[in-house]
Structure formats: structure tokens, C-alpha cells
Design a protein around this ligand. Structure first.
Ligand code: ADP
Ligand code: MG
Length: 687
């Protein structure tokens, strides 16, 4: 039978039913899977030490001819396989304790590469961690070293057996692949041709060679993924003929003139990008990503005014009433000089008032609307909705965001998020969105000092909180609760609040947690906002985005139980006013000190997101790793970002020229994607 990449591995020589089963456990079903099976590390045995010069205590790699072999028992009854090797310099004994079965694999006369430590045992003795029978690899010359790939293994199949299998068939398998990329693209990215790349990964000359091969395969993984995303984006955009707003520069210019502050460079760039999207005939589908306090609201307001000056309505939806009220207040303030007033639509309005607002929205008298889920209720009709903004977009479900969009006739969409994620992840998770980052913070806000303390400092910390509150400031105390539905878990937070009430008798202490109803929670938060409560004890549920400028202390108990990204979100609650703020991490777990210390040293949310990603590993982010159903085996999200960017650019260019991959020179791309991606077929089915 003729071999192809989709042939089942069980037809390969050396693979019986048992082995096929073991291989399947590693995700290897076809010979193509086997060819692309990625080594997870390499053993560098390129520098070969002459046998006579292997010293006790060293780690060495040696090559020699097997002169004698035998199995001997040791004192402890352990059976040891031994082989004596010879090269031009002399002899050396190798010993494999507990592996008598090697007698069947290692034979007199073979050329063997061994690597491992040399010990003293009745003389010099090498205890190999790894060995390769070079004769099996078609190697010649007794002085040739090697870089050995080490593969993920599974029960019943050692990495050595996998290596043997791959090496045995490598040349036949390599003959099956051809490079889908034109030489121009390979040269631009700086990666080798596919066949040499695969050969280098499995049979490298040296570590450089292996890395060059890996980079090529990593690029291909990203490229395929980005092709799929570019295609999805293309289809979405085509289906998204939208409003081409005109740059009238009326309201937007007046807002700029009346702003009580200068926009940061990042904000200016964001406004420009958004305006470009909105003036294009395609619908905007953009995410604005920036830490709390980077000033997303005012950027969104520019977008809203651009819609309004084109005689459209604009709406912003926030996840809680408190946040909606806050936006309402902010917009009212900023729009006052423009003689514009936003309408607020939230659940707790009196019903007569609500229907009056709904009526003004339906009539078009309400031009800027701020609201909560109340906006997407059936009874709400817009006169002419041109832009929808969703704040804290992850707090809404897809359907809820869609419901808002459906209130208009193909309005533009702007999503806001205060949860920065590394660019690599954003490109993967939000491939069908355009992303704008706000990294810069507006000047003139109090810096947040972060400190790591143990329980020994508790008294001092409390005194500090007392002093801050005496000076009219407020404090958060965060208590980690793993499972809010567990009464026992909540008890600790409740007890803590009780203790603080006794300790700070002169102050009001509030408590919020996940078991409160939204109304109860809002009431406590409101009391805190109005400084009727000075110390707020909270489990991790406290509202994202709430702006209590007067709160200057954030104390986090058992800080080690939080992820770094979560800690960063919590820290973002303070430092919102002009006064200096403090975030204090309490932790008595020495093992956590390293990561918490790293956290205290930066306030850049994007940097923290990267640390967080590294900490949790990609394993947890399976959704990203498996984006579209294909696991990334060679690509690394942390270190390969430039490759990902290159892949995104290249894929974008291909789709721009040939959106359906219909041209003959793109047939190979199309075939790969249809074969490998769940959605591939569907995406490229239509022309
Ligand atoms: P985000 O929603 O990104 O967390 P906001 O939009 O709520 O941030 O802005 C936080 C605060 O910063 C607001 O009080 C806002 O008025 C203020 N602000 C925004 N941009 C600037 C700027 N360029 N200079 C000074 N203050 C700014
Ligand atoms: Mg905000």
C-alpha cells in the first residue's frame, strides 16, 4: 500500500495493535501525527569524550564499540546489565542497574552512544541516562556525537521506543511532505523549508539546528490558526456592512476643547483607531483593553459623540447599576459644556420614570444612553442606534451583547475590558476582533505602593488603616473565599468583619460577599461610595470598575491564594484619587513570597498578565491552546510572540488577496485547514 500522511500508524512496520493503542494515547493516530510528534526536550551529546578521558564525577557523552556484555547481580540483589565499550583511546565500562532486559537490545559489535555520569565502582563506570545504538541510525564513524530528541512517552511505550520508531521511518515520512509556503515567505520570516525543518526536529545536527526546525513548525501552527481567524474576520466583516459615519468634528471637537484634562497618547491613538473603523463602511468590531484607570470611558465617549453627531444614537451598557450610575455621572459632567445630557436606564428607576426614558429612547430624543441589562429588555426600542459600547464586556454573555446590538440596524460595536491579556492570547482568543490597547495611565493620579507583609505586621497595618480613616480616607480588606456557596468558607470573612467592627469601634465596617443579593450588594457598595462605610470587608466579588476615589488602602488577606491577575484587579480598586494609595499583601507562606514579591514590583497589567500566564501555564488555558481544535505542539505563547505576529501578518495578506483560498498556489493551505480545523470546512466551504 502507498503511504500518505493520513495512513493509520498501525500499517507502519514495528507497530502492532498494542503499540497503536499506546500511540493513540499520545494523540498519534496517523503517520502524519507521528511525523509531527514533538520532542519535549533534547539531550545534547554532540561533544563526545574519548573513553579514556571520562573522569569520575563528570557528565559525559561517549561513543564506543561494544566489546563484551553481561548481566551481574549486585549485593542488593539488583540485576545490572553491563557493557564494555572501546574506542581509539581505550575502554570504559557502562552499567545499567535494574535493567537486565537490555541484554536483548545491546549486542557485542554494535556502535553505542551513551550519555550520563561517571562514578567509581571497582573502577570508572558510566551509568547511562540515555543510549542510542548508532548502527540503527545508519551512523558511521566512531567519533560522531548526536543531539537526541526526547519525546513525551506513555505507559507501555518508552520515549526511546518512540524515538526508534520515528527514526526508523523518518526518511519515508519526510518524503510525504511538501512545503506549502513560497520561498519568499520563508525567507521573510527566516525559517527553513518544511522537510529539513522536520528532519532537524527529529534528527538534529546540533541544538541550533533543532531550534530552527522547531521555529518553522511553530510558525506553521500559528499561521494555520491565523489563516482560520483571518478568514473568520473576513466573513464577519463582509457580513457586517455597516454605517460609514462621517467625521463631522462637531461634538467630538467640542468635547476635546472642553475636557478638563489632556488625552494621553494612548487615548489619542485609540480614538483615532476607533474613528477609522467607524468611518469605514464595514462595521466596527473592536475591543479596547486597558487596566482600570487608563481612561477607557472618555475614549468610548468620543466614539459615542461621533455617532451622535451623525444623527445616530449611542448606548453604553454596564454590568451593574452602580457602574451605570457612575458612567452616567461621568458623562453628565463631561457633556455639560456641550449641552448634552445622557439618559440613564437602570432597573431601580421608578416605573413611570423608566417608561418616560424608554419613550425618549424610542423617539430619538435620548441620544446618549447609559444603562444596565435594562437596555436589552424587550420593551426598549431605539430610534436609530448607531453604536453600542459594552463595558466590562466579559461580565456579559454573548447573547446579552448580541441583544444590545440587535436593538439597532447593524450598529458598530466597541467592547471595553479592564482585564488585559498578553497579545499572543488576545490574537488567539479574540481573533475576530480588532484590539486596541491602552497601556499608559493618565498623569496626576496617586501612585499605588504595594507591600508584602506577614502576620507580624498586622498591628502596624491596622494602625495605618486607622490613621488613614481618621484622615478621612477609606479602606478595603479582602478575604479570599474559595467557594461562596460554602457557609464554612464565608464564616472566616464574616468573623473577620466582626473582629474589625470591634477593633475599629469609631468606624463603620461593611461586608460584601457572593451570597448577598445584587440589591443588598449594591446597597453596601453605595454606602461605601458615599463614605457612610469606611472599611469594606469583601470576598473577591467586589465590583470591577467601581470608582471610590477616596479609598486609599487595599489590604489582601492570604494573598497567596489569589492569582496574580486577580491581585492586580483588586489593587486597581485603589489609587483612583490624587492621594497616595497602598496595597498590602498579607501572606505567611514563604513559598509564595517570590511570586508575590514580583507582583509588588510592577503595576503594568499587561506585564502581570504575562506573569500570570507563565504561572498558570498554558495547560489551563486549553481553550486558547486548542483554538479551533488544533493543539499547538511546537509553538510557545510566551516566547514566540514575534513568530505569531509574523504569522498573523502573512495570513492576513493571503486572505486579503485570496479570501477563499481558491487560487491553486493556496490549495495546500486550504487542504491543511479543512483537514485540521473543526470549523475549517465550514469556513472555506463558501467562496
Ligand atoms: P477605566 O474605565 O479605564 O478604568 P475611567 O475611564 O473610569 O478608567 O477613568 C478613570 C479616571 O481617569 C476618570 O476619573 C477619568 O475622568 C480620568 N481620566 C481619563 N483620562 C484622563 C486623562 N487623559 N488625564 C487625566 N485624567 C483622566
Ligand atoms: Mg471603566
Amino acid at each position: 500500500m502507498t503511504l500518505s500522511l493520513t495512513t493509520s500508524v498501525k500499517y507502519l512496520k514495528g507497530v502492532g495493535p498494542k503499540r497503536a493503542e499506546a500511540l493513540a494515547r499520545l494523540g498519534i493516530r496517523t503517520v502524519g501525527d507521528l511525523l509531527y510528534h514533538a520532542p519535549h526536550r533534547y539531550l545534547d551529546a554532540t561533544a563526545v569524550t574519548p573513553l579514556a578521558r571520562a573522569r569520575v564525577g563528570q557528565e559525559v557523552s561517549c561513543v564506543g564499540q561494544v566489546v563484551t556484555t553481561g548481566v551481574l547481580p549486585t549485593r542488593r540483589g539488583l540485576r545490572v546489565f553491563r557493557a564494555v565499550l572501546r574506542d581509539e583511546s581505550g575502554l570504559l565500562e557502562c552499567a545499567w542497574p535494574g535493567q537486565p532486559f537490555l541484554e536483548r537490545q545491546i549486542k557485542q559489535g554494535q556502535l553505542l552512544l551513551v550519555t550520563g555520569p561517571v562514578r567509581y565502582y571497582h573502577g570508572r563506570q558510566l551509568v547511562p541516562r540515555e543510549f542510542v545504538v548508532l548502527a540503527d541510525l545508519g551512523e558511521t564513524g566512531p567519533d560522531r556525537g548526536l543531539v537526541l530528541p526526547v519525546y513525551p512517552a506513555t505507559e507501555g511505550l518508552t520515549h526511546r521506543q518512540i524515538r526508534g520508531l520515528i527514526h526508523q521511518h523518518l526518511d519515508a515520512l519526510l518524503a510525504l511532505v511538501s512545503d506549502p509556503h513560497p520561498p519568499r515567505l520563508r525567507a521573510a520570516v527566516g525559517v527553513p523549508e518544511l522537510r529539513p525543518a522536520l528532519a532537524a526536529v527529529h534528527r538534529p545536527r546540533d541544538l541550533h539546528d533543532a531550534e530552527a526546525g522547531r521555529r518553522r513548525l511553530a510558525f506553521d501552527e500559528f499561521f494555520d490558526q491565523q489563516l482560520v481567524q483571518a478568514r473568520a474576520r473576513h466573513l464577519a466583516k463582509r457580513a457586517r456592512a455597516g454605517i460609514a459615519f462621517a467625521l463631522k468634528k462637531e461634538l467630538t471637537t467640542r468635547l476635546k476643547e472642553h475636557l478638563p484634562f489632556e488625552l494621553t497618547d494612548d487615548q489619542r491613538r485609540a480614538v483615532r483607531e476607533i474613528a477609522n473603523d467607524m468611518t469605514a463602511p464595514l462595521r466596527m468590531h473592536r475591543m479596547l483593553m486597558g487596566d482600570v484607570g487608563t481612561g477607557k470611558t472618555v475614549v468610548a465617549l468620543f466614539a459615542m459623540l461621533l455617532a451622535v453627531e451623525n444623527d445616530y444614537q449611542a448606548a453604553i451598557m454596564a454590568p451593574t447599576e452602580l457602574l451605570a450610575e457612575q458612567h452616567g455621572a461621568t458623562l453628565t459632567r463631561l457633556l455639560q459644556p456641550l449641552d448634552l445630557r445622557p439618559e440613564l436606564l437602570i432597573g431601580r428607576l421608578a416605573s413611570a420614570e423608566k417608561s418616560a426614558v424608554r419613550e425618549r429612547i424610542a423617539r430619538g430624543a435620548a441620544r446618549l444612553v447609559v444603562g444596565t441589562h435594562a437596555l436589552i429588555q424587550e420593551s426598549v426600542r431605539f430610534h436609530r442606534l448607531g453604536l453600542t459600547v459594552v463595558d466590562e464586556q466579559h461580565r456579559f454573555g454573548v447573547e446579552q451583547r448580541a441583544a444590545l446590538v440587535e436593538k439597532g440596524d447593524a450598529p458598530d460595536v466597541l467592547l471595553l475590558t479592564a482585564t488585559p491579556i498578553p497579545r499572543s492570547l488576545a490574537l488567539t482568543l479574540y481573533g475576530d476582533l480588532d484590539v486596541t490597547e491602552l497601556r499608559e495611565r493618565p498623569p496626576g493620579r496617586g501612585a499605588v505602593k504595594t507591600a508584602l507583609r506577614t502576620d507580624a505586621a498586622r498591628k502596624k497595618i491596622y494602625e495605618f488603616i486607622r490613621a488613614e480613616c481618621a484622615a478621612g480616607r477609606q479602606a478595603y480588606v479582602i478575604y479570599p473565599v474559595i467557594d461562596e456557596s460554602e457557609r464554612a468558607d464565608l464564616k472566616a470573612a464574616t468573623t473577620m468583619a466582626e473582629d474589625l467592627r470591634q477593633l475599629f469601634a469609631e468606624l463603620r465596617v461593611g461586608l460584601v460577599h457572593g451570597r448577598l443579593s445584587p440589591e443588598e450588594r449594591d446597597a453596601v457598595m453605595r454606602a461605601f461610595r458615599d463614605n457612610a462605610v469606611q472599611i469594606l470587608v469583601a470576598t473577591s466579588v467586589i465590583e470591577v470598575g467601581i470608582d471610590v476615589a477616596n479609598a486609599t488602602v487595599m489590604l489582601i488577606e492570604h494573598a497567596e491564594r489569589f492569582g496574580l491577575a486577580q491581585l492586580h484587579q483588586l489593587r486597581g480598586r485603589v489609587g483612583r484619587g490624587a492621594a497616595a494609595s497602598h496595597c498590602i499583601l498579607l501572606s505567611n507562606v514563604p513559598q509564595a513570597a517570590g511570586r508575590l514579591k514580583a507582583f509588588t514590583e510592577t503595576t503594568d497589567g499587561f506585564k502581570i498578565a504575562e506573569l500570570d500566564l507563565r504561572e498558570r501555564g498554558m495547560g489551563e488555558l486549553a481553550g486558547a491552546r486548542q483554538s479551533g481544535g488544533v493543539p499547538l505542539r511546537y509553538a510557545n505563547f510566551e516566547t514566540d510572540v514575534p513568530l505569531l505576529e509574523a504569522a498573523r501578518r502573512a495570513a492576513g495578506e493571503v486572505i486579503a488577496r485570496d479570501p477563499a483560498l481558491a487560487r491553486p498556489e493556496h490549495a495546500a493551505y486550504r487542504k491543511r485547514i479543512v483537514a485540521r480545523y473543526e470549523r475549517g470546512f465550514e469556513l472555506f466551504r463558501v467562496g
